[in-house]
Ligand binder design. Structure first.
Ligand SMILES: *[C@@H]1O[C@H](CO)[C@@H](O)[C@H](O)[C@H]1NC(C)=O
Length: 649
């Protein structure tokens, strides 16, 4: 076991675990300053798939370890060492190691070889060529900054840095050219110290211009010829190919201050169009929600007034003063089901467990997005986002337990022991098993994307040591507190439910309910998926925050509407319908993933497809629980409110 993993495991056992320390020690937040000539380490990370230039499609999802022997990259003399990473960073795929590149602050180097000549066998050549075809990127880190290539925004023509640079390129004849020479361009910023101190230098940007040089060689005297102007390096798939890895380093002075060095990486593609689509969809959503709530409030007000007037008439009848009002018929509509509407739903245990987990997700997402909004999750802190999500989810186990047990108590559930145990176990275990199965696939493919076994154990341990007790404590508190009393009494004998008609039939109603919340998040979702699958930086948390808010409002409004119509049709089984209807958003998220697949992705093999679908399904499942919970609680509050405002004898 590599030592850093062991430390990680050990330290997660103790509470001062790696994720916690990395949460307080913000790597990359304190600037590192170098003296002239001081060594600046270059770290290597995994190889990740990108969007291929030839067809604008994503062809793979697996990432590969940089030191996978198949690529024949040069290793440091005493072997590569792991660089300490946070748990979040490991789970999200980073594998950072030391490298043999020698960079010295402010000292240019032209044409150095990284190591002795290496030989690609036919099999390795074919494998590497396939990765070139799939537009794999090499990822390096210098002083915490990803080595980038300059890209042009296709619409605004603004320059920005996109992390990673190509393993190779494909020319018009389909020939794959391996990039075996790297021009490393580093910008530094001078920091004038006090007169007594020496001038210090800071790294503010790292660019790599890779090149394919077929004629480079190392002379017997040790002199290196980088083969400039020669033919490209093409790996043969039938015989051995000799390759020399070379690099040059150019240091350039820059005005960019250290504090703003990330700006060029955090490029928002055409913010105007982005804003436009967001405003467009939010106007649509707000308009819809406004209309829906107006109709609803009006109808309800009329209903309540009528019901209470009817009561009055009935009372008057009893008193013998018969007042006959025109057009008054029998009671109809949602009031009729007052004796059933708070009847215990089917499988109250499962529902309450899902609700507990949903609330946990809800609070976690809200806090994470808020954190991000305030710039606390800057990409300068590698893996911080992942770590934050993990910690928050773990800590909010308390809220999950509390909500689950209190909801269960309110449903009149009695198997409280099972509720306490299942709340923190059911959903996380399902997610973990799914994650584990996906991981087996990645392992089988010898990809570095697989989460190391020790990290898995660390996750399970964190779960058992922190989240489980917190959840138990929350459950205990939930059972101690009072159940939500129903405002109306439930009849002994359940009412007959008239057969549903039209859009109130289960499937159309579920599909209709889910589509509006999905419309609110559609644009952001597309962008997040894009950056997730191509390992690019997502940094539009302002938009995301708005979208999350819009989604909550739409989910609540549409689900309330669904429940109102159901109750009017005298169907009182609203609990699961509300949960599933709102949860349908997850189904649309999955559909969206399929759409993304159809338009932007073309996988050659089975593994890519399985992983893509598997992870999309996992995300969709979590969205199902999240939106389902929002919809359920909104409806619950609504139902309590309307039945609380009518008089029932
Ligand atoms: C290093 O190379 C860069 C880019 O060619 C050049 O601007 C700079 O002056 C060079 N620095 C030294 C010390 O030669």
């Amino acid at each position: 076991m590599p030592s850093s993993r062991r430390t990680l495991l050990l330290s997660s056992l103790l509470l001062s675990s790696s994720p916690f320390t990395s949460a307080f020690y913000l790597p990359g937040v304190a600037p590192s300053s170098y003296d002239k000539g001081q060594a600046v380490p270059l770290y290597v990370n995994h190889l990740t798939p990108g969007i291929a230039a030839q067809d604008d499609q994503l062809h793979a999802v697996l990432s590969y370890d940089y030191y996978n022997p198949i690529f024949h990259f040069c290793q440091p003399k005493d072997g590569p060492k792991d660089v300490r990473e946070s748990l979040g960073s490991i789970i999200f795929g980073d594998r950072i190691r030391t490298s043999p590149f020698e960079l010295h602050m402010g000292e240019n180097e032209t044409c150095k070889s990284v190591c002795e000549e290496v030989t690609f066998g036919p099999r390795d050549g074919r494998f590497t060529n396939n990765r070139i075809q799939q537009a794999y990127d090499i990822n390096w880190l210098v002083d915490g900054l990803p080595a980038a290539m300059v890209s042009l925004d296709p619409i605004t023509h603004a320059e920005f840095y996109s992390p990673g640079f190509l393993l190779g390129t494909v020319d018009d004849n389909g020939e794959k050219m391996l990039n075996n020479h790297f021009d490393i361009l580093i910008d530094y910023h001078k920091v004038a110290g006090l007169p007594s101190q020496e001038t210090k230098y800071r790294v503010v940007s790292v660019l790599v211009q890779p090149a394919s040089r077929g004629n480079s060689f190392i002379e017997s005297s040790g002199q290196v010829d980088c083969g400039e102007g020669g033919s490209p390096m093409i790996l043969s798939e039938t015989q051995d190919t000799k390759v020399v890895w070379t690099y040059s380093v150019y240091w350039r002075e820059s005005d960019t201050a250290w504090a703003t060095r990330w700006d060029k990486y955090l490029h928002v593609f055409d913010p105007k169009i982005h804003w436009f689509s967001l405003i467009n969809s939010s106007v649509f959503v707000v308009f819809l929600v406004g209309m829906v709530s107006m109709i609803l409030i009006r109808a309800l007000r009329k209903d309540i007034a009528r019901y209470n007037r009817l009561d009055q008439i009935n009372l008057d009848d009893l008193n013998g003063t018969s007042v006959v009002e025109d057009g008054i018929q029998e009671d109809s509509g949602w009031k009729l089901v007052h004796g059933d509407v708070f009847r215990c739903p089917k499988s109250p245990l499962l529902l309450s467990v899902l609700l507990g987990n949903g609330i946990q997700l809800f609070v976690m997402t809200g806090v994470t997005v808020a954190f991000a909004l305030f710039g606390l999750l800057s990409p300068a802190n590698r893996g911080f986002l992942g770590t934050t999500i993990l910690i928050l989810y773990t800590l909010f186990g308390f809220i999950g337990g509390y909500v689950s047990s209190r909801a269960y108590k309110s449903f009149g559930g009695e198997a409280w022991k099972r509720n306490i145990v299942l709340t923190p176990l059911l959903v996380p275990t399902m997610v973990f098993i799914w994650f584990f199965l996906m991981n087996l696939f990645v392992w089988a493919k010898n990809s570095s994307g697989a989460v190391p076994f020790t990290t898995m154990i660390a996750m399970v341990l964190i779960w058992f040591v922190i989240s489980l007790p917190l959840s138990f404590a929350g459950s205990w508190l939930g059972f101690k507190s009072q159940a939500y009393e129903a405002p109306t009494k439930t009849n002994q004998i359940p009412r007959q439910i008239p057969p549903p008609a039209g859009t109130l039939r289960p499937i159309p109603s579920l599909l209709l309910t889910g589509i509006l919340p999905f419309a609110a998040i559609f644009v952001e979702l597309y962008l997040i998926m894009n950056s997730l699958w191509t390992s690019k930086i997502y940094y539009m948390f302002g938009f995301l925050f708005l979208c999350y808010g819009l989604m909550i409002i739409t989910t609540a409004a549409t689900t309330i509407l669904l429940v109102y119509f159901m109750l009017c049709a005298e169907d009182y089984r609203w609990q699961w319908r509300a949960f599933n209807g709102a949860g349908m958003t997850g189904f649309y998220v999955f559909m969206n993933a399929l759409l993304f697949w159809a338009t932007r992705v073309s996988f050659g093999g089975l593994t890519g497809a399985v992983l893509y679908l598997g992870y999309s399904a996992l995300i969709a499942f979590l969205v199902y629980i999240l939106t389902g919970t929002i919809g359920f609680f909104a409806s619950w509050a609504f139902v309590r409110k309307i039945y609380g405002s009518i008089k029932v004898d």
